[in-house]
Ligand binder design. Structure first.
Ligand code: T3D
Length: 261
């Protein structure tokens, strides 16, 4: 195994979280999930980070749970606690992080690796990447939020087809179905991911966090509840310095310079 299976790199206001176990398609050990959670906690508390990239090294994004991880897999009675104590916190963190999180899907995303990509705010994949809700192939059910995200993203028919059959789909299909934001040619992938991250890092970060929250809670709200959420969050957005800057820049016909608060 590589010595550091989770890497956290900084490039200005962009943090890059890298799943780094290429020989095993970055499949997740419990130790990696602990490290991933710790890295997300660091990012959460760092207001100099204004965009996050989650990606993998080698030819895979993430092949889900490491099926050879004895601690996680051997004792079937431990599975509930693995999900509750290792997977669920990471998914919650990804969803609630104030910064935008890009899933840069550089290769196959299978099982919990697919769920991880879906939990990010915006996913961009190489054309050669594949998405597979592979849980059923080993007799498990989608976890890591997969059973929540999928039907909301692609509708019941496709969510069931993907989950029941466990077949991979191409990145282009994933984009057409609304599983990801877009797929790009492999040759453009790194450049496009970096450009997207820089673009997001220059945006009004506080508003981005509020937008994430509004969209995340909308799925289980009535229109009335959501209108109330919008009123509250808009009031918060209007208090930011970035709102003052955005409005001034519009009136002065110049490009805004957002500071992230
Ligand atoms: O208790 C709990 O934790 C419950 C939670 C479960 C969450 C889950 O994620 S369950 C689903 C787990 N994931 C899978 O079932 C996917 C397993 N992998 C595959 O089906 C295939 O590897 C892929 C379709 C993803 C890719 O196939 P391919 O042909 O491109 O690559 P490969 O040759 O199968 O894999 C390359 C290597 O990675 C290989 O190792 P080797 O033989 O060269 O030493 C393979 O064994 C290893 N690998 C791939 N996936 C995993 C893995 N090793 C451990 N765990 C894996 N999930």
């Amino acid at each position: 195994m590589t010595e550091t299976p989770i890497l956290l790199q900084r490039d200005g206001a962009v943090a890059r979280l890298i799943l780094n176990r290429p020989d095993k398609l970055n499949s997740l050990t419990l130790g990696m999930l602990v490290d991933l959670s710790a890295a997300l906690t660091d990012i959460d508390g760092d207001d100099t980070v204004r965009a996050v990239i989650l990606t993998g090294t080698g030819r895979g994004f993430c092949a889900g749970q490491d099926l050879t991880d004895h601690e996680a897999m051997d004792d079937t009675r431990a599975v509930r606690s693995v999900v509750e104590r290792h997977y669920n916190p990471v998914i919650r963190q990804l969803r609630s992080l104030p910064q935008p999180v890009i899933a840069a899907v550089n290769g196959v995303a299978a099982g919990a690796g697919c769920s991880l990509a879906l939990a990010c705010d915006i996913a961009i994949a190489t054309e050669s990447a594949k998405f597979s809700n592979a849980f059923v192939n080993i007799g498990l059910i989608p976890d890591g939020g997969g059973s929540y995200f999928l039907p909301r993203m692609v509708g019941q028919a496709r969510a069931l087809g993907l989950s029941l059959l466990g077949e991979p789909i191409e990145a282009k299909t994933a984009a057409e179905w609304g599983l990801i934001w877009r797929s790009v040619a492999d040759t453009d992938f790194t450049k496009d991911v970096d450009a997207l991250a820089r673009r997001l890092a220059d945006m009004p970060t506080a508003a981005i966090g509020l937008i994430k929250h509004a969209i995340n809670v909308s799925g289980h709200h009535s229109l009335e509840q959501q209108l109330a959420v919008e009123a509250e969050l808009q009031a918060q957005a209007a208090e930011t310095e970035d709102y003052q800057e955005g409005r001034a820049a519009f009136l002065e016909k110049r490009k805004p310079r957002f500071i992230g608060r």
